[in-house]
Design a protein around this ligand. Structure first.
Ligand SMILES: Nc1ncnc2c1ncn2[C@@H]1O[C@H](COP(=O)(O)OP(=O)(O)OP(=O)(O)O)[C@@H](O)[C@H]1O
Length: 613
């Protein structure tokens, strides 16, 4: 079989993303043009402000939308960008009076806006790396709370650093060079960046980890690095927005970059839809229009003959209500998880799977050496030593709770052994699921761990990119794996829509896309009907023959095990009680006793339960 070459000068995913981004940029520029031609100064200021906020919100989307970690701290980076730009662009004469105590190394420079922006962007990368490295050791809500702490820390520093920031006094005298077209241009760049980021290997990896951390690690995703890239990109966008905000406002204080701004940004993103750049784009437009309408009533006045009192904070209140309504009616935001996907074609042409030799030639042996694993008094695996070769299929069987999954988890680097070691290709490896995957050990899970909110194709591309850095080739290889599993017609559907048996096959396709030397399958036929199981057996036999990989599978379906495996390892109470051909194992008295024993125990329990009932 031959691998089809990707067509076009750009991978399909990037072509689609670029078309989406250009469409949104066109809308933004048309709005700016309309404000420029037909709008007065006030309207142009509203659109300029909207473009600045869009840049900041897209930064938030790049991190939070892809990683699933809500960041409350993004406003802090807008503030840092604003203050840095303020200092760098303030006229030197004014600096001498407004910032009398400015440290020598910062004093006396007056840069143009774009020169200052370049400095701010470099600074943003450094700040992003310094803050993201410790922060992303945490995940989920702990990471979110840490971003909140970051907001408070930056606010406190801005207030405390009086020599540089004038403390809580207004920071004034910043030239107002940022207008409609500068803001629209920077926001356009941010739109393209946010839309394309989703499709980069970092974007795919971050989304995969947000969908399922263990599943992502099993396909070689180093989630910390991927999340760090998303974080840094988010900080860069936030600080760029801050740079524009400084020159848009001309004067500001730390309070302008605190909870209110953080809340407004989050509300904009949540209203539109967190997980897509389209959501961020639409969220900013919808909320800015809403806020502009509501603002007219904040100062009180007459509406349809009714006298309205002055209502301070009305805009924030309405924004909060809008956010609650959206979360209630459409938890994924007005635009849900959808991008525009202008060039995504349903029913893509299937391509044949690659028969290319596996990448990890060195890892021709997978060895468990005196492996044990204890869980608070339970010995799940007890001193197991096994050797698996490539070009073989081994079945691991045993009664429920015998320790099979725990053993497989250790062989996949997913569980740290209490004692003993696992080596791949003769080299002992520390438990690390993503490193094991990258060294040629792929796996599936007993409880399926596909990425439900990514498309079927993306599920497999995440894995394919670990061995094929070129996205176009990775897409072609992924389509090949899907075609092998009969899933190519679902390529552009979210994996959540697949039926149970199809999801199991998707997990196998995803594992195979890693071009592994070893494929570890935990009950691959569970929940499949007889026809599906027969198909799976045939696929696994073919794959093993074509790629000469070592398959190790746990299975309760004895017919499948006896048909497919040439070696069977039997585990009971965490120990290997038999290891041989299917014929030998079936006759082994210890195996018969273990299985009969567990059946007798089950029968006794059932009888006891019936009697009690
Ligand atoms: N994370 C865990 N924490 C505590 N105990 C665990 C954990 N994982 C497994 N165990 C225990 O270790 C023993 C072996 O479990 P394991 O899941 O490996 O067995 P198994 O042979 O795969 O079972 P089954 O065929 O039912 O899937 C069981 O007693 C189980 O309760």
């Amino acid at each position: 079989m031959s691998e089809s070459k990707p067509s076009g000068f750009m991978p399909a995913a990037f072509r689609n993303a670029t078309a989406d981004a250009l469409c949104m940029v066109t809308v933004l520029l048309l709005v700016a043009l309309a404000a420029f031609i037909f709008g007065g100064a006030a309207m142009q200021r509203v659109v300029t402000y909207a473009a600045i906020m869009l840049t900041a919100v897209l930064g938030l989307q790049i991190f939070s939308g892809n990683s699933g970690i809500v960041s409350f701290g993004q406003a802090a980076f807008v503030g840092l960008g604003a203050y840095a730009t303020g200092i760098l662009t303030m006229p030197t004469a004014l600096q001498r009076t407004a910032l009398r105590d400015l440290p020598q190394f910062l004093a006396g420079h007056q840069l143009s806006f774009f020169a200052a922006l370049a400095v701010v962007l470099i600074l943003a990368v450094i700040i992003g790396l310094l803050t993201g490295t410790p922060l992303l050791r945490l995940s989920g809500s702990s990471a979110s709370i840490a971003t909140l702490a970051m907001l408070i820390i930056v606010y406190t520093l801005l207030v405390a650093g009086r020599e540089i920031t004038r403390g809580s006094q207004p920071f004034y005298g910043v030239p107002r060079e940022v207008g409609l077209w500068t803001a629209a241009t920077v926001a356009s760049v941010a739109l393209v960046a946010a839309r394309l980021f989703r499709e980069t290997s970092f974007g795919l990896a971050t989304r995969a980890a947000a969908n399922d951390e263990r599943g992502a690690a099993a396909v070689g995703v180093d989630q910390r690095t991927a999340r760090l890239a998303a974080w840094v990109a988010g900080v860069v966008a936030a600080m760029a927005a801050g740079a524009m905000m400084a020159q848009f406002l001309g004067a500001f204080s730390p309070r302008d970059f605190y909870f209110d701004l953080g809340f407004t940004m989050l509300a904009m993103l949540i209203v539109g839809g967190m997980t897509s750049s389209l959501g961020a784009f639409a969220g900013v437009i919808v909320t800015i229009v809403l806020v502009e309408v509501v603002r007219r009533f904040e100062g009180g006045g007459e509406v349809l003959g009714l006298h309205l009192p002055v209502l301070f904070g009305l805009t924030q209140g309405v924004l909060a209500i809008a956010m609650i309504l959206v979360i209630w009616r459409r938890p994924t935001g007005l635009f849900g998880e959808r991008e525009l996907n202008l060039l995504r074609r349903p029913g893509r042409q299937a391509v044949t799977a690659s028969a290319a030799p596996p990448q990890h030639v060195e890892s021709d042996r997978l060895t468990a050496d005196h492996l044990s694993r204890r869980y608070a008094g339970v010995v799940a695996v007890d001193d197991v030593s096994l050797n698996f070769q490539t070009d073989s299929i081994t079945g691991i069987i045993g009664p429920n709770g015998a320790g099979k999954t725990t053993l497989l988890n250790m062989l996949a680097g997913d569980v740290q052994p209490s004692a003993g070691t696992v080596s791949v290709g003769g080299a002992v490896r520390q438990a690390s699921a993503f490193r094991f995957a990258r060294s040629g050990v792929a796996r599936t899970f007993q409880n399926i761990r596909v990425f439900p909110h990514m498309t079927v194709l993306e599920n497999v591309v995440v894995a394919a990119r670990q061995v094929e850095p070129d996205l176009g080739h990775a897409e072609a290889a992924a389509m090949g794996e899907l075609a092998r599993m009969g899933l190519e017609k679902f390529a552009d559907q979210p994996a959540a829509r697949l039926a149970y048996g199809q999801r199991r096959r998707l997990e196998v396709a995803r594992a195979l896309a890693l071009k592994p030397r070893f494929l570890l399958l935990d009950e691959p036929a569970a929940g499949m009907n007889a026809v599906e199981t027969a198909e799976l057996v045939s696929i696994l036999s073919t794959v093993r023959a074509e790629r000469r990989i070592g398959v190790v599978l746990i299975e309760h379906d004895m017919r499948l095990v006896m048909n497919l495996c040439e070696r069977i390892v039997v585990i009971d109470h965490g120990r290997v009680i038999a290891d041989g051909t299917p014929g030998d194992v079936q006759k082994n008295p210890a195996v018969i006793a273990a299985y009969l024993g567990s059946r007798t125990a089950r029968a006794k329990t059932a009888t006891a339960e019936n009697q009690t009932a």
